[in-house]
Unconditional design. Structure first.
Length: 372
């Protein structure tokens, strides 16, 4: 069932996915069942879902006016989409994108399942051209970690090979800042692990589509691959989704202030944040995004050693990977195996909901300490 939201997204996030019979619990319970008493349609969790997963799917499906399938992780949702491809399919992937997606695409290419072409995200014409020949057009916007914003409106409007899938990894924007299905994407993907969960305490993913056949196929893939969300994870993701609007609003407001100050900092070379007028795709971001998000990447003067020193010197900000939590985290991306192509001193900062002045004081002192 496609849920059409009659509420604003922030109200929907709070009110969707609840039961409504007198005496029902206000919150959908954590249901750790593998099987159900027969006779009412639901028999086995892996095949038929559980009330807890369904609450999450109702919230996230409705948020994008589509139907959702919840998975064990963002990568499981992504693998489900890739597995829809016919043998020998052609895949187009951004040069800058989540490393797990690139790894999955390359592993499949190596085994002869499909061919992969990488394109720069900001070369809109190249993407439009690719749409007429590719079976899977994979977009991620804003991208990880260079925060390039793709012209999704133009790319989604380009004519496609019949049956082609245009997928958008919407993890950095979240459905509150960008609605890929409204622009014409076939499927929108979220790593629920990040902003929707919001507390760095779960792994889950979701794929949302308005194509009932694709929805069925993704459900079937989840059943056969066994890539099901955990009961606790789904429960926590519902809990996280309730406050997504507030957390994101606060985090992106703080991110804008930190990005502006970092740009003026003597120890910083280059700041990438879609909200900054200096950002290469700022005009596209202004046109397409409701908010500029909570991720900033910036290069520290003095190279990799100086950047590592900044990571060692922060106190409030946690030196950790991943993103989208209430706590601000930071890491040097080129230190990660497979990410050596990135600028060596690039730090990716995931801005949380702490006080902006405390965060700035921490960053500023760590940047100065790293220089001495
Ligand atoms: C984290 C992430 C993923 C993968 O999600 P998992 O939940 O870790 O499997 C995919 N895309 C982007 C942009 C991400 O940040």
């Amino acid at each position: 069932m496609i849920h059409h939201i009659h509420l604003k997204p922030d109200s929907w996030l709070v009110s969707a996915g609840r039961w409504s019979a007198p005496g029902d619990p206000l919150n959908v319970p954590l249901v750790p069942a593998s099987n159900f008493l027969l006779g009412a349609g639901r028999s086995y969790a892996r095949d038929d879902g559980t009330p807890t997963w369904e609450a999450l799917e109702e919230i996230l499906g409705g948020l994008e006016s589509g139907q959702a399938v919840a998975f064990a992780s963002g990568m499981a949702a992504i693998a489900a989409v890739f597995d829809q491809l016919p043998a020998g399919a052609s895949v187009v992937l951004p040069e800058d994108c989540y490393q797990g997606v690139a790894g999955l695409a390359m592993a499949g290419a190596k085994r002869g399942r499909w061919t992969v072409q990488r394109l720069p995200l900001d070369d809109t014409q190249a993407w439009i051209n690719a749409c007429s020949v590719a079976d899977l057009i994979w977009l991620e916007s804003p991208s990880n970690p260079l925060l390039i914003v793709a012209e999704l409106d133009a790319i989604c409007a380009a004519s496609r090979k019949p049956g082609a899938i245009l997928a958008v990894d919407n993890t950095f924007a979240t459905p509150l800042n960008q609605q890929p299905l409204d622009l014409g994407a076939t499927v929108s993907i979220q790593s629920v692990t990040k902003f929707i969960g919001g507390h760095s305490d779960l792994m889950a993913g979701v794929a949302v589509t308005r194509d009932p056949k694709l929805w069925e196929a993704l459900r079937r893939w989840r059943e056969l691959a066994g890539a099901t969300p955990g009961a606790l994870e789904a429960f926590l993701a519902v809990r996280g989704a309730r406050t997504l609007a507030l957390r994101l609003q606060r985090a992106q407001q703080t991110a804008m202030i930190l990005a502006e100050r970092l740009e003026q900092h003597p120890r910083v070379n280059c700041v990438r944040y879609p909200g900054l007028p200096s950002h290469s795709t700022h005009a596209v971001a202004k046109r397409l995004l409701k908010g500029f998000g909570a991720i900033i990447s910036f290069d520290v003067r003095g190279g990799a050693d100086a950047a590592d020193a900044v990571c060692r010197n922060v106190r409030l900000i946690r030196h950790a990977t991943s993103l989208g939590g209430v706590e601000t985290t930071m890491e040097r991306r080129a230190a990660i195996p497979g990410q050596e192509h990135l600028p060596p001193s690039l730090l990716r900062l995931s801005v949380g909901i702490e006080d902006v002045e405390d965060l700035w004081a921490d960053l500023d002192s760590a940047l100065h300490a790293a220089a001495s």
